[in-house]
Each structure stands twice: as C-alpha cells, then as structure tokens.
Design a protein around this ligand. Structure first.
Ligand code: AMP
Length: 502
C-alpha cells in the first residue's frame, strides 16, 4: 500500500524526525516504524483468523500509532477505541466485530470477562523481529484498514469499514488539494475513535509531518491547553468548529499564540460565518477550509476555502466541491435526480465510500449501493447546489451533531427507556442560533421511591454512564405523566419540541 510504503521510506530518510508528540511522550519516524514491526511480528505469531479486526484501546499515547501500523502491517484492520468509551459499549463492539485480541496501550488494566478474547498490553509484547514483516502481509486494496464505530439508531454502535483504497483516496486528496508539503506540524484534537482524527493523522504521516496531540486533560484545563498550544508550533489546525469556538472564547487565542499557523481545516458540523470572521481577524495570514463528509465516505469529500469574498456572499457557508475522484448526486424520495437549486438527499459516489457496516448486512444494504458502477452512500443529509457549490441543509432523520459528536437520538432514547426507572423517553435537541446547544429528555417515569426529581435524575444518569459516553447523556431531564402522541400512534416530536421550548 502506497501510504505504508511512504511511511517506511520516511523512516529511512528522516529517521529522527518526530512523527507524533503528546503531552508526556513523543516518537520519531524510525521508532514508529521499528516498534510497529515488533507489534506486527507479535500479531502474526498469534495466527488469528485472517483479516479479523484488532481492537486498540487507549487515548493519545504514541503507542496508539504503533499499534495501528502494527495491525495493518500484519494484515488486520484496527478498531480505535478511546478510553472515554464505557466498558459496556466496548463489549458490544468486541462482540459484534468478532475481535480476537485487544491491544491495551494504557497503563491501566483492561478488564474483560470473556476468556476467548486475548488482552495484550503493548509494553508486554516480547518479540525480536530479526527480519522485517514481509510487505505481502500488509493490508491492501479493498481489505479493511480501520473500522470506526459510530452511534446507531438500534441502540448498538455500527462499525464503518474503511479499506486501504478508501484511505489512500482520501490521503491523496488531502496532500494534493490542500498543498500539504513535507514536514508540517499538525494539531490533532479528535480522539482516535472519531474519524476527524484521520484528517491529520495520515496526511501528516504520508508527508513527513509531525502530529501534536491534544489530550482530554488539556481540554479539561484551558490554562494547560493554551500553554501546550503555545509550545505546539502548529501549522495545520484540524478540529470541529465547536472546539475552535471554545478556544476563541479566550482573547489570547490569536496569531501571537500560534505564529506559524497557516491552515485551519474544519469538518464534522456546520461552520458558522461568525467563527470564520473572528478567525480572520485573529489569524489574518491563515487560510480557512470548510470540509464535509461522513465517516462512511472516509472523513471528508468536499471542501471550500472560506475567502473574504465567500464570507460577504453567503449567510450560510457552502461545504464546497467534491474531490476530483468523487461525485455528489442529489436524489428526491423517489430516487430521482434533483435539478440545481432544489433540495435533495446527498448521495456520495466514489472510491472513498466504505463497503458498509461490519457484520450488518441489512443496515449496509439500506445505506450503500452502486451508482454508475461506483460505490455510493446515502448520507441522510439534505443539501442543494448553488453556483457549483454544495450547501448542507440539515439531517433527514434523527442523527445529530452535538459539540462535534455524531449521535442518533434513537440510540440515546433506547438506553434511557431501558432504565428500570423509566417507562418511556423522548430526547429533544435544544437549539441556540441554529446550532444544538444541549439535549433535553422528557421521561414518563416508572414507579420509584425517590422523594425528589433530582435524585431520580442522578440514578438514571448513573445507569446511563455505564452504557453511553458522557457526551451522549442529555443535560436536562424532565418528568411527565404522559407525552403527546400523533393520530397514527407515534410520539409527536413536533408537539414535544413546542412544549420544551415554552
Ligand atoms: P461523522 O461521521 O461523525 O463525520 O458525521 C458526519 C455528519 O456530520 C454528516 O453526515 C453531516 O450531517 C455532518 N457534517 C459533516 N461535515 C459537515 C459540515 N462541514 N457542515 C455541516 N455538517 C457537516
């Protein structure tokens, strides 16, 4: 695979250059390559079921990268799982993906009761790779490179399979269209279990750059975050708009803090005009790009540079044009093409579209198909074209983005409704200035012995904390004797929304 060959080449030509820096640790290209050879050799000795995925558990440790490359060099895709994901959810991922081993890169033990799964700490792999891992073993072409789990409406996360070809198509686009020349310093904000992290990880590794990782501890302590940002020498900034908005709240977030910053790359949610205006004032020499795409089409497939002209011209920013190897088609509910200017479902057609959800035939068939002989994905996003630019017009279902995190309201409702304290529940997103500010849940409670509502809320929240990541737990809880129903017997979300907003 071209990407892996490039990294190998960099390990030879610039062995001492740093590939990755995190708060307390760093790793050079040579170390990354050699240590991932050891991991690959170890994995090959285990004789796992061919191409079975390997779950890699950790946060922003350099060992995460070593384990990723070790897996793919041994011919296995990897499933990145951040330490913020609760154990019950991890168990579901292990079971549905048929993972045979977990590589734990943290210093904490990883408890898992199923004895048929091997749990290996990366520091305890003892091998002596006297020979390099043959390239024939590397993941190639249509074989999976990674599988990223996203929220699913049935209550279970679904695993998006990204092949070597999918990833190569994405990396080629990034390196060519965004003028990513060698040796740049990239900022990594997103944990590896979100595909936004791929936007800096592989373009950086393919071009001999260095990734500077932001950890959850830094995000929790803005003072430390800003001290680290100052040290980072970031040139390419990749984050959600929500993250940069948080940084902008501090007036010291400007050119003085990050004097080398030349490119902002945003993806994952609506990029508000106001954020771009502030960034242009504070970083007059940096370019800003809005990019769009779902995990299912490998990170992003459209882009636009947000110039002064674009800011003057549009009240809502476009998401731009598709990359050269990709086509965007807008279809109506009868699967007919939509004329320019009209709104339709965004269909992505091209080589970075995934083959589907791992082990989920039905879900895959619903969302993935072939269009003019190419892989195609129904995004569930509404959009329209204006003067050749694609504009995003919200979702067609209950998938939402909150602070950059993708989630299905139905998945949250499923878990709340399973609580012994709950008869039924509806989750409503609360908007502020066209952006979701927080989630509110309306609950018909089951019988319980709590005297006060806040006690009931904390009991439900405690249960939820075991199955859902913190960012999916609603902020506001309210209790009702009944919830409005539509004439055909469904929960009337429209009425509920009106009720919540009163
Ligand atoms: P994820 O798979 O987490 O990347 O989420 C994909 C979804 O995020 C898309 O289907 C859109 O709904 C939304 N999204 C991604 N990029 C943008 C953008 N630039 N503007 C608005 N929404 C976006």
């Amino acid at each position: 695979m071209e990407l892996l060959s490039k990294i190998k080449n960099l390990a030879d030509t610039q062995p001492e250059s740093l590939a990755f820096i995190s708060q307390n640790d760093e790793i050079s290209y040579r170390e990354l390559w050699n240590k991932s050879e050891e991991v690959a050799t170890y994995i090959l000795q285990l004789e796992l079921t061919p191409s079975s995925p390997i779950l890699i558990y950790g946060h922003m440790e350099p060992q995460m990268l070593i384990a990723f490359l070790g897996s793919v060099k041994a011919g296995h895709s990897y499933i990145p799982v951040d330490t913020s994901i609760p154990m019950e959810r991890i168990v579901k991922i292990i079971e549905s993906s048929k993972t045979e081993i977990v590589i734990n890169v943290t210093n904490q033990p990883f408890f898992f009761e199923n004895s048929s799964i091997r749990i290996i700490n990366i520091n305890q792999m003892e091998v002596d790779p006297s020979l390099p891992v043959p390239m024939d073993n590397w993941v190639k072409e249509d074989e999976n490179f990674y599988v990223i789990y996203t929220s699913g409406s049935t209550g279970n996360p679904k695993g998006v399979q990204i092949s070597a070809n999918n990833l190569q198509s994405f990396v080629n686009w990034m390196v060519e269209d965004f003028h990513i020349s060698g040796g740049l310093r990239f900022l990594n904000q997103a944990p590896f279990s979100f595909d936004l992290s791929v936007m800096d990880l592989y373009p950086s590794l393919a071009s001999g750059g260095t990734i500077f990782a932001i950890t959850k501890d830094m995000i929790a302590k803005p003072k430390i975050l800003f001290e680290e940002l100052k040290k980072s020498n970031t040139q390419v900034w990749t984050s959600t708009p929500s993250f940069v908005q948080m940084c902008l709240m501090d007036p010291s977030f400007n050119e003085k803090l990050l004097p080398y910053l030349s490119v902002f790359l945003f993806c994952g949610e609506i990029l508000p005009v106001s954020i771009c205006q502030q960034l242009k004032e504070r970083f007059p020499n940096a370019k800003i790009y809005n990019t769009y795409g779902p995990t299912e089409a490998t990170v992003a497939i459209t882009s636009v540079e947000v110039t002064d002209e674009i800011l003057l011209k549009f009240q809502t920013l476009p998401v731009g044009k598709a990359k050269a190897d990709t086509q965007i088609v807008l279809l109506d509910e009868n699967q007919q093409l939509i004329p320019e200017g009209k709104k339709g479902e965004i269909i992505i057609v091209g080589p970075s579209v995934s083959k589907g959800y791992l082990g989920q035939k039905e879900l895959t068939e619903k969302a993935f198909f072939t269009y003019n002989g190419m892989p195609a994905y129904r995004t569930g996003d509404a959009g329209y074209f204006q003067q050749g630019n694609l504009f995003y017009k919200g979702r067609m279902d209950f998938q939402i983005k909150l602070h950059g995190y993708r989630m299905e309201l139905e998945e949250i409702e499923h878990h709340i409704s399973k609580s012994k304290y709950v008869k039924s529940a509806v989750v409503i997103p609360i908007y502020q200035n066209e952006k979701i500010d927080y989630l509110s849940v309306l609950i018909i409670p089951a019988e319980h012995s709590f005297e006060k509502e806040y006690q009931l809320t904390s009991a439900i929240k405690k249960e939820l904390g075991e199955v859902l990541p913190a960012y999916m737990i609603p902020r506001k809880f309210s209790y009702h004797e009944e919830l409005p129903i539509t004439p055909n017997g469904k929960i009337d979300r429209k009425k509920i929304r009106e009720k919540v907003l009163l």
